[in-house]
Write a protein that binds this ligand. Structure first.
Ligand SMILES: Cc1cc2nc3c(=O)[nH]c(=O)nc-3n(C[C@H](O)[C@H](O)[C@H](O)COP(=O)(O)O)c2cc1C
Length: 199
C-alpha cells in the first residue's frame, strides 16, 4: 500500500481530483486529501458537493463517492501546518495537485510553502519524490508558462487537464477518466479508465 497526498485547489475541475481519490482508494492505497479554501468553494459550485470542514470531511467524501467508510482516506485542513506531511520524514510516496490553479503553481514555483498544500508540494520537490501538477487554465500567459517550466525543472511532472478524443469519449465521464488515467500512468498505477491506443 502506498501513501498519496491529493490536493484540490481552486481551479476548475475538482471532479478530476475526486475521481483520482476514488481510484487510488480503489487500488488499495492510502490517501490524504487537502482542499484549499477556493478548492472547496469551486468544488461546491461545480459539483454541488460541499466538503465539510473538520473531522467529518473524509466520511462525507467516502459517502459521496459511494465507498465503504472504512477506506483509508484522511482529510486535512489547509491550515493544519502541524500535520505529518509538512515534513520530509513522513512516508508520503507522491503528491498530486488536481486541479492545480495558476496561483498554486506560482506559489510552489516560488517556494512559498505558506500553507499545508504548498508546503507538502515543496517537500515532494526537496525530497526528490514525485509531485504531479495538473494545471487547468487556458489560455496560458508567459507567467503561467514560466512557473510551469520552473516546476518541471525542479522535478515535477506536469500533466495538464487536457482530455483527448482519439479514444472517442461518449460522455463527460469518459473525458474525466482519460485525464485521471494519465495521472495514474505517471504514478505507475494500473487502471482501466480508458482504452489504450493499439489495444
Ligand atoms: C468558478 C471558478 C473557476 C476558476 N477556475 C480557475 C481555473 O481553471 N484555473 C485557475 O488557475 N484559476 C481558476 N480560478 C481562480 C482561482 O480559484 C483563484 O486564483 C484562487 O485564488 C486559487 O486559490 P488556491 O490556489 O489557493 O486554491 C477559478 C475561480 C472560480 C471562482
Amino acid at each position: 500500500m502506498a501513501s498519496y497526498v491529493v490536493a484540490i485547489t481552486g481551479a476548475s475541475g475538482s471532479v478530476y481530483g475526486l475521481r483520482l481519490v476514488e481510484q487510488l482508494l480503489g487500488a488499495g492505497h492510502e490517501v490524504a486529501l487537502i482542499a484549499t479554501a477556493m478548492g472547496r468553494e469551486v468544488m461546491a459550485y461545480e459539483t454541488g458537493f460541499t466538503l465539510p470542514e473538520g473531522s467529518g470531511a473524509a466520511t462525507a467524501v467516502l459517502g459521496m463517492l459511494e465507498l465503504p467508510p472504512t477506506m483509508p482516506l484522511r482529510s486535512i485542513a489547509p491550515d493544519a501546518m502541524f500535520d505529518e506531511i509538512v515534513s520530509g520524514s513522513a512516508r508520503t510516496d507522491a503528491m498530486v495537485v488536481m486541479p492545480a490553479s495558476m496561483g498554486f503553481c506560482a506559489s510552489v514555483a516560488a517556494g512559498l510553502a505558506a500553507d499545508l498544500p504548498e508546503r507538502a508540494a515543496d517537500v515532494m520537490l526537496k525530497e526528490r519524490r514525485l509531485l504531479v501538477m495538473v494545471p487547468r487554465e487556458t489560455p496560458l500567459s508567459l507567467v503561467h508558462l514560466r512557473n510551469l517550466t520552473t516546476l518541471a525543472e525542479a522535478g515535477a511532472a506536469i500533466v495538464p487537464a487536457m482530455p483527448a478524443f482519439y479514444h472517442r469519449p461518449k460522455t463527460l465521464d469518459d473525458a474525466v477518466n482519460f485525464v485521471v488515467g494519465k495521472v495514474l500512468d505517471v504514478l505507475g498505477i494500473e487502471h482501466r479508465l480508458f482504452e489504450r491506443w493499439g489495444s
